[in-house]
Design a protein around this ligand. Structure first.
Ligand SMILES: [Zn+2]
Length: 226
């Protein structure tokens, strides 16, 4: 029964001089099929139908990992070091932002929530990343000349040949072990400016489970957003 539904599912068909078929899920969740020029639509439909469970699995994962736009309303969840905190507007609070059971923003700043919270996150990111860089610099004997924060949404870290490392401030939303992975990755780049096996060997020596951490970023990184 379900096979029938998928067989009827719409997809964009792109025919070209190719010998095999390929199915691709686009960023917006629609299907795209690439097929040889003269292949019959029955065969193509059957091919799409045979990929039913693969499509369902990937669509579910895309849905789960879809970032929701931030509304800065009370009760909205904010991530910090891998934990989720509801936003609360607090009266009679001197500091702009206080993290406790909730993420408390001084009520008087409610209209500027985005700006104030971003500033707070950046400040926390710099503090956390500086500490982790200091720690792993000792371990790896690899010390950057400067640490900077970027506004990138997916590029979590980068480094320059001059020894400067950049980290996305949103990284501070991730669990500590994920932050450590990005730090170790960039410090390893100061020793090796490529992704050669020698480079991964350095990362693995420091973090034997680095692959698990890297996969977490690939799958859940897009949730680290506001
Ligand atoms: Zn890299």
């Amino acid at each position: 029964m379900q096979t029938w539904i998928v067989a009827q599912a719409t997809y964009t068909l792109i025919r070209s001089r190719r010998r095999t078929m390929a199915l691709h899920i686009r960023g917006d969740g629609t299907l795209e099929v690439r097929a040889p020029l003269k292949l019959s639509t029955d065969v193509i439909d059957a091919f799409v139908a045979s990929k039913q469970s693969w499509v369902a699995k990937h669509l579910a994962r895309m849905q789960k990992n879809k970032p929701v736009p931030t509304s800065y309303t009370e009760g909205e969840q904010f991530l910090f070091l891998g934990k989720s905190y509801p936003l609360q507007f607090c009266d009679e609070q001197k500091a702009p932002v206080v993290l406790g059971e909730t993420l408390c923003l001084a009520s008087r700043l409610q209209g500027r929530a985005e700006k104030v919270l971003t500033g707070w996150y950046r400040q926390q990111a710099m503090q956390t990343l500086s500490e982790r860089v200091a720690f792993y610099s000792e371990v790896m004997k690899s010390r950057p000349k400067q640490i900077k924060l970027s506004n990138a949404r997916q590029r979590w870290g980068s480094c320059s040949v001059r020894g400067r490392v950049n980290f996305a401030w949103r990284l501070v939303m991730a669990p500590p072990e994920i932050i450590d992975y990005v730090v170790v990755h960039e410090l390893a780049h100061l020793l090796r400016h490529d992704h050669s096996s020698a480079f991964w060997q350095i990362v693995q020596t420091v973090l034997p489970d680095y692959k698990t951490r890297r996969n977490w970023l690939k799958e859940k990184g897009r949730l680290l957003t506001m």
